[in-house]
Design a protein around this ligand. Sequence first.
Ligand code: NAD
Length: 442
Amino acid sequence: MEIAVVGSGYVGLVTGACLAQIGHKVTCIDINVEKINKLKKGLTPIYEPGLELMLKDLIKKKRISFSSSIKSGTKDAVAIFIAVGTPSKSNGEADLTYVENVAREIAENMHSYKLLVEKSTVPAETGYRIRRTVQMNLPKKYRKAGGSSSFNFDVASNPEFLREGSAIEDFMHPDRVVVGVESKKAEEIFREIYKPLKPRMIFTDLKSAELIKHASNSFLATKISFINSIAQVCDRVGADVLKVAEGMGYDKRIGRAFLDAGIGYGGSCFPKDVDAFVHLSHKSGYDFILLEAVRKVNEVQRRAFVRMIEDKLWIVKNKTIAVWGLSFKPNTDDMRSAAALDIIQTLQKEGANIKAFDPQAMVNAQELLPGVTMVKDMYCAVKGAHCLLALTEWAEFKTADFKKVYNLMQQPLIFDGRNMFAGHNLEKFGFEYYGIGRGLSK
Ligand code: NAD
């Protein structure tokens, strides 16, 4: 099938590449000409494991192409996936400017049936608004009285659940594919698109599909804030949150996933999607107090981590603080709403000198953290440092040579914001170790 994907970011590019990989002919479109020129040369503008190799192969086989024009890029497509950003406004509401721009431009260039697919995370009712926008912006010759047109088109919701860092695997082996449709024809097209993956498909109405995405992300954020609250109690009573999570996680009704205590959730999805869902609920007349608490716990968690550093370091001013990990999670270069940003900026304001290392995110991070010295490896970061903060659980940090780290550091003090190290082992090397909810070194 000929498919166009509008927006070639973390979601659009992976969606486009995977749809091409399973046999469709895909055009990836982006307004950012520089990004498109890079992609045409086989260079990937983001870091996602396996993506660059996959794209190079697909380009060679002519199964994927790139364009900065919606007009030419969507001309022959039956289905058009919209995968542009939906950031937060200052009041938490989802900003749908990019979605509206794209819907309008697609409509202006539409001459035959198209299926418009919301891949971006959008609030319930966006589908209805896209439909109206398309109807009002079709070329005049196709418009008919009463808001209809001389050919049909469909709007559908197909929310994406991939995780950065394992996006290709997630797309190719989804737990489920959720599709909100308004016509049998649209349903058939989706069955055809996803047939090679043989996924469990859930067909719903449009609004329910839109809501499934917000509800899923909000629930996962709730699990994280829940275990972070448990960690706070663990610290106070001297229990170990890792053991508590293990004991809870074996209960099939609960599950172990997303029970990792730490410095809170970040990234481009959870913070903005929780905000958008709170806003949508409020607007519709329901105060989602549970999610307001989830948000608050997340903020408290970061502040509590900084307070612990201030307490154990005593004087922050002029101290050299080493940071391992900047991205919001491992295996990505994405810095959007990363916990590292808040934590580092607060310590910088207090006069600390920060030396940081991240395997992939340093280029993106440098723009957001101008005063931070980025160094070439994790050992350079700890040289002469008064403490080490572990903020992203990249695998290579877990196997670090801690004898070497101990010898390089000025003071043997480690704050593990992701509970990625075995604290008791580090104490054997001579470190003072502080995790989250671990009740160690107290
Ligand atoms: P992104 O910022 O990486 O990519 C968005 C792309 O859209 C950018 O390259 C931008 O240049 C392009 N764009 C903006 N306006 C355009 C226009 N008018 N025409 C063409 N291209 C345009 O964003 P992302 O992380 O890929 O997220 C996209 C959507 O998917 C969001 O709604 C997000 O919530 C959702 N989502 C993201 C993830 C994730 O892990 N990143 C997972 C699931 C869902």
